[in-house]
Design a protein around this ligand. Structure first.
Ligand code: FAD
Ligand code: NAD
Length: 488
């Protein structure tokens, strides 16, 4: 950009939120610039998140299947060896292909790509510290902040991304650890824990809450998932908190205690008695510790304070329903503001925010954003959990169908899991769909569409689904919600 050149729209951050907004704005004929500091487009998701983790999940699943699940399928294999370096190369090929693809899309849609770190000089001007040296600045009639998020650190443990890692280090380990401790049994902990467990590590997941999967996973599905992952070799310590970590020796020592007992510490005599019975201090040894206790908005160095933008107690930039900050021409989307930290949520917001600029209206249905955990089997859901529906006081029906009764799952010898529907008992409108099972991540698209269209379980049940497909389990769960399944 030339000095203080004015654009219709300046976007800070070239992650999913930023790059999608840039392309959408370019398509609408706006003069648009996107500032990104990491030297590659696609943000966390493409560079160190969704894409590399899914590459490792897919290939580690293949490796694990070949090691443990071929004989009964009539396939005899010889020596199976892991070539971790090559597995990492395959991951890098997927990542670089996709990030370069976005550069191409920028050119195609006349988006100016500025490589550098942006900071607010004033309400309309972003100063850029260029990666290749030097500085520039760019003025925007409109500005979108899309600076994303970063891993929440664990107090007392220094992240070196080699032995004490966040997901960024966990997707790039040079060798398979013997023992890995995962702090946090949310999505990152379970996905990355699965990868290294399949490749041979002894993985122990320590989770503060009484269930795995992070906030949002239905309790019944979470329990089922935990059993399946345990069968695969992962160990879990629930209701347990890590109190400290010591990484000064050859192995890292992680001290844990029962979450309930810990809370009651020194409160009263009865609490002390309870503590004596409940508290179980113990220590876990690890070669690698993965810190996966959530992510927090990233706005460091952006200079939001220079222009008086507000953040809430969790560091999220405060916006209204049209993504506007207190300066209406500055909008915020993606991980650095409210809502689930998901790539497809960021993408929807990007389109809506640009539509607010170009057409004065935009729309995201936050009740119909699917979640997928890419373990094997996958876990996927959309809408409310059973606990949420119960708490809301609405009368509801539950229908479920096991993959063990589905013909395709049986032919695939891959029958663990269920599809579960929750529908309003009076209107039959679908309130939530929860799946653990093969291909759940693809199947939830149908559930999301059903929710978006306000479908009843009977609407889904009366829709023809091809035979033999896993999707028939979806249809039969819908049948079981308002009437009865045929095959179970
Ligand atoms: P980001 O992707 O974080 O992008 C923000 C960008 O802004 C970054 O590239 C950063 O360098 C840049 N930036 C920041 N400050 C500045 C500045 N001042 N100047 C210039 N540039 C700046 N989500 C899913 O939906 N599915 C998944 O399977 C999935 N898997 C994940 C796996 C892992 C291991 C992780 C960590 C996350 C995963 N996520 C997944 C979450 C997903 O990555 C995020 O929700 C998504 O990346 C958010 O997009 P964003 O554009 O808001 O932020
Ligand atoms: P998360 O919020 O999903 O899970 C964090 C877990 O850590 C929670 O279960 C929490 O109870 C637990 N925890 C917190 N403090 C703890 C402590 N001191 N000791 C033990 N446990 C503790 O966060 P995450 O797994 O780090 O993922 C971060 C974000 O990235 C999420 O918003 C997630 O949606 C996104 N992500 C999505 C995908 C996907 O869509 N497939 C994959 C990876 C990451």
């Amino acid at each position: 950009a030339t000095e203080a050149e004015e654009k219709d729209l300046v976007i800070i951050g070239g992650g999913v939120a930023g790059y999608v907004a840039a392309i959408k704005a370019g398509q609408a004929g706006l003069k648009v610039a996107c500032i990104e500091k990491r030297g590659a487009l696609g943000g966390t998701c493409l560079n160190v998140g969704c894409i590399p983790s899914k590459s490792l999940l897919n290939n580690s699943h293949l490796y694990h299947t070949i090691l443990h699940d071929t004989k009964n399928r009539g396939i005899e294999v010889g020596d199976v060896k892991l070539n971790l370096q090559q597995m990492m190369k395959a991951k890098e090929t997927s990542v670089s292909g996709l990030t370069k693809g976005i550069e191409f899309l920028f050119k195609k849609n006349n988006v100016e790509y500025i490589k550098g770190t942006g900071a607010f000089a004033d309400e309309h001007t972003v100063a850029v510290n260029l990666i290749d040296g030097g500085e520039t600045s760019v003025r925007g009639k409109n500005i979108i902040i899309a600076t994303g998020s970063e891993a929440t650190p664990f107090p007392g443990l220094t992240i070196d991304e080699k032995r004490v890692v966040t997901s960024t280090g966990a997707i790039a380990l040079k060798e398979v650890p013997k023992k890995m401790v995962v702090i946090g049994g949310g999505i990152i902990g379970l996905e990355m824990g699965s990868v290294w467990s399949r490749l041979g590590a002894e993985v122990t997941v320590v989770e503060f809450l009484g269930q795995i999967g992070g906030p949002g996973m239905d309790t019944e599905i979470s329990k089922m998932t935990q059993k399946i992952l345990q069968k695969q070799g992962m160990k879990f310590k629930l209701n347990t908190k890590v109190t400290k970590g010591d990484d000064s020796g050859d192995t890292i020592k992680i001290s844990v205690e029962a979450a309930k007992g810990g809370k009651e510490e020194t409160v009263s005599f009865s609490a002390l008695v309870a503590q004596a019975y409940q508290l179980t201090y113990s220590q876990l040894d690890a070669d690698v510790v993965l810190v996966a206790i959530g992510r927090r908005p990233y706005t460091a160095g952006l200079g939001v304070e220079n222009i008086g933008l507000e953040t809430d107690e969790r560091g999220r930039l405060v916006i209204d329903q049209e993504y506007r900050t207190k300066h209406p021409h500055i909008r915020v989307i993606g991980d650095c503001t409210f809502g689930p930290m998901l790539a497809h949520k960021a993408e929807e917001e990007a389109v809506a925010a640009v539509e607010f600029i170009t057409k004065n209206y935009g729309h995201v249905n936050y009740n119909a954003i699917p979640s997928v955990m890419y373990t094997h089997p996958e876990v996927a859901w959309v809408g409310q959990t059973e606990a949420e529906v119960k708490n809301s006081g609405v009368k509801y029906n539950v229908g479920s169908f096991p993959f063990s009764a589905n013909s395709r799952a049986k032919t695939n010898l891959d029958t663990e899991g269920i599809v579960k529907f929750i529908a309003d008992a009076e209107t039959d409108r679908i309130l939530g769909i929860h799946i653990v099972g093969p291909n759940a991540g693809e199947m939830i698209a149908e559930g999301t569409l059903a929710l978006e269209y306000g479908a009843s379980s009977e609407d889904v049940a009366r829709t023809s689904h091809a035979h033999p497909t896993l999707a028939e389990a979806f249809k039969e769960a819908a049948m079981a919600t308002h009437a009865k399944a045929i095959h179970y």
